[in-house]
Design a protein around this ligand. Structure first.
Ligand SMILES: O=c1nc[nH]c2c1ncn2[C@H]1C[C@H](O)[C@@H](COP(=O)(O)OP(=O)(O)OP(=O)(O)O)O1
Ligand SMILES: [Mg+2]
Length: 667
């Protein structure tokens, strides 16, 4: 067999290999993320059956130790018929006759419909084992098993069938019209357009399915799902279906799938099948069920409304005759529980309807109602006033996932840097600007970023942090200092471009000619100790009358003399004034330059007032403290005027301005 990698450009080959390696290592979640980011990036067409797809599958299979699945050609050769109705928004569309069956090489109409229905049901792809069981067993009367096998195989990656450019443009118009609001008119005209082009149903379905996951906003995606909902519901209510035949069979296969997954018991599944297949539904049928949606019969998707519509299959009062729809008598069906009121009561409390919570009879009745054309389903279009137009904000991806994505782009970037062949085309899409560490790869050339801003921000941060030292260690043995530093840094408007951690180290209390010199020596010691970037601080309390003493030695004075002693020191002096001084020091690592930031607060020494939990706070009354000692002030008020607050603001400004050079120096 010819090597599918032959003839591919070297940079494309490399890109495929890197991608396959990462995807094999990091799993499905990673694959989905990367695929979404590159949906319309021609450089990654191999992810979507484009150039290199076969080679990509081969490499991926090799990594996973499996055989590569066959890759469908990008454009199937089948010609696409021209659509009859051109405009997406139109007053009175003409319904064309459905195209003869078998005209297309792709999906059959029921498959297309199932694909559409699946859009409303983000089911995880079935595990291979249960899929195999499903395909082997439980053949339902009259259903060609190969069809469902096809649907399931393609469910995750449906083949995108070619549309003519004109139809594609119109479909784009339909989807675009739902961008801001799922208005009744927009949904209706979208549905009419699809109905008018029912001959192209498989093509349209595959296009919508692919597009929906790449729409920029969640709200837009939601609105397109409303369109699909509308289409399915209208279709289900139609006496003569436009595109759907045999959906019932597909649905029954899904029931079997739920059994394989343990969602339904075998007995329940039998019951569902029996009710669904029954010619007439058992029990009393409500004459006007309000609303039944395809979503309601799908796992994990909430039902159509908070209250379940009264369904066929309601329990008969004991001894009452069993009635067929609209009163026609029918023989009782043994063993069928039908609609269980008690179960439904519990259900309404939670408001969540899934196969796990929907009683079997309700589920079966719904399936029967929805899947049998023209029977008991009243069409009720979605009311935009009652349907959410936006989804809750997306969750930020986990740090682990971000790290994996980052690692992938790193590898890719290394490759780009080292490969001469990559010059040109690929670089247009992948650039790392110094100002913008976020790779251009996430942006497609024509469209705005298709990644939610919150993710962009998270990635930006993750990447910018990586370029900086991992952490700047505040070395101190004083818990109170640390508390204040954290508080001051957290309350700043601009975030420090470093992650400040702390280490409790009792450094020797040095002596020296000046406070400055002591601080610098202390910081040098700390950098040696941590072997990386550090910051320290030294606090002094300087009495003017004593020419700056105790100054840096205040710690010992306080320890030996206490608050009273600190006052008595000034007994022979009129001048009780003093200033608190804080020297913050910053050093990129052992042997590197030490930067000093000096903050001062003037005040006077007074008799102790206020809590005694932090040093000499009770005996220092700042000039700007409105008569309060530091100990009597709130944390915020103290930090706003304190020696520490002032020095730290200087350090912060300096670090923000010099982040890059400091980071460089710390390497
Ligand atoms: O805002 C303050 N308000 C009241 N008292 C304060 C303050 N800030 C430091 N202090 C006390 C703690 C220590 O008794 C001396 C400074 O000595 P100093 O060497 O800088 O502090 P330390 O040895 O406790 O911690 P570190 O491990 O960071 O050196 O003044
Ligand atoms: Mg100290």
């Amino acid at each position: 067999m010819a090597d599918p990698g032959n003839g591919l450009a070297p940079d494309l080959r490399k890109r495929i290999e890197i991608m396959a390696d990462h995807i094999a290592r990091n799993g499905a979640e990673f694959e989905t993320t990367v695929k979404q980011k590159n949906a319309s990036n021609p450089q990654f067409a191999f992810l979507y059956n484009g150039e290199g797809a076969e080679y990509y599958q081969q490499v991926l299979a090799k990594h996973r130790g499996t055989q590569a699945p066959p890759v469908a050609p990008l454009r199937p050769p089948a010609p696409s018929p021209t659509p009859v109705v051109p405009a997406p928004v139109m007053p009175a569309p003409v319904m064309p006759a459905p195209a003869p069956a078998g005209q297309f090489s792709g999906m059959t109409a029921p498959m297309a419909m199932t694909a559409m229905a699946n859009m409303a049901m983000p089911l995880a792809s079935p595990p291979a084992a249960s899929l195999a069981t499903l395909l082997r067993g439980g053949q339902v009367q009259g259903a060609p098993p190969v069809e469902l096998a096809d649907v399931l195989r393609r469910w995750k990656e449906p083949q995108v069938l070619a549309l003519t450019p004109e139809v594609e443009r119109q479909l784009h118009g339909v989807i675009a019209s739902l961008e801001h609001m799922a208005s009744r008119d927009a949904i209706k005209s979208g549905r009419l357009w699809i109905e008018c082009n029912s001959a192209l149903a498989p093509h349209i379905a595959s296009h919508i399915m692919r597009r929906v996951s790449f729409l920029v906003t969640c709200a837009h995606r939601l609105h397109v799902l409303y369109l699909v909902h509308d289409l399915l519901q209208t279709e289900a209510a139609r006496k003569e279906p436009l595109f759907v035949t045999g959906v019932l069979m597909g649905v029954l296969r899904l029931v079997q799938l739920w059994v394989d997954r343990g969602i339904l018991s075998a007995q329940e599944a039998e019951e569902v099948k029996a009710i669904t297949m029954a010619k007439e539904l058992p029990g009393v049928l409500s004459p006007q069920p309000q609303q039944v949606t395809a979503a309601a019969m799908r796992p994990g998707v909430p039902g159509p409304s908070q209250t379940m519509p009264p369904m066929a299959g309601a329990p008969r009062p004991a001894g009452a005759p069993c009635l067929a729809p609209y009163g026609a008598p029918m023989p009782p069906v043994p063993m069928l529980h039908g609609y269980q009121k008690q179960a439904l009561a519990g259900l309404q409390q939670t408001g969540i309807q899934t196969p796990e919570t929907v009683p079997v009879g309700v589920l079966a009745s719904m399936i029967a109602s929805v899947a049998t054309p023209g029977r008991h389903v009243r069409y009720k279009p979605l009311d935009p006033a009652m349907t959410p137009q936006t989804l809750p904000p997306m969750e930020v991806p986990t740090p682990q996932l971000l790290a994996k994505v980052e690692e992938f782009y790193e590898d890719l970037q290394d490759e780009v840097n080292s490969s001469a062949a990559s010059k040109g085309r690929f670089e247009e899409h992948l650039r790392f600007d110094t100002d913008d560490p976020f790779p251009q790869l996430f942006r497609t050339p024509q469209s705005p970023p298709s990644i939610p801003p919150v993710v962009v921000e998270a990635l930006r941060r993750a990447m910018s942090k990586r370029a900086m030292p991992q952490a700047l260690v505040f070395v101190t043995g004083n818990a109170k200092k640390l508390e204040e530093v954290k508080h001051i840094l957290a309350s700043g408007e601009e975030e420090l471009p470093f992650e400040v951690t702390s280490q409790k180290v009792d450094l020797p209390e040095l002596q020296g000619a000046s406070t400055q010199e002591i601080a610098v020596q202390k910081c040098r010691l700390a950098a040696e100790h941590v072997k990386g970037p550090v910051m320290c601080e030294d606090t002094s309390l300087c009495y003017h009358a004593l020419k700056g003493l105790p100054g840096p030695y205040i710690k010992w004075f306080l320890e030996k003399l206490g608050h009273e002693g600190l006052n008595k020191l000034l007994a022979g002096y009129e001048d009780k004034s003093a200033y608190a001084q804080c020297l913050f020091t910053l050093c990129a690592g052992p042997g590197k330059e030490v930067h000093v930031f000096d903050g001062r607060t003037e005040g006077k020494i007074v008799e102790a007032r206020g809590p005694k939990d932090f040093g000499w706070d009770p005996v220092f009354e700042a000039l700007e403290g409105e008569g309060k000692t530091f100990a009597e002030m709130t944390k915020e008020a103290k930090n706003a005027i304190s020696h520490r607050g002032r020095a730290l603001q200087q350090l912060r400004s300096w670090l923000i301005a010099n982040a890059a050079s400091f980071a460089e120096e710390s390497k």
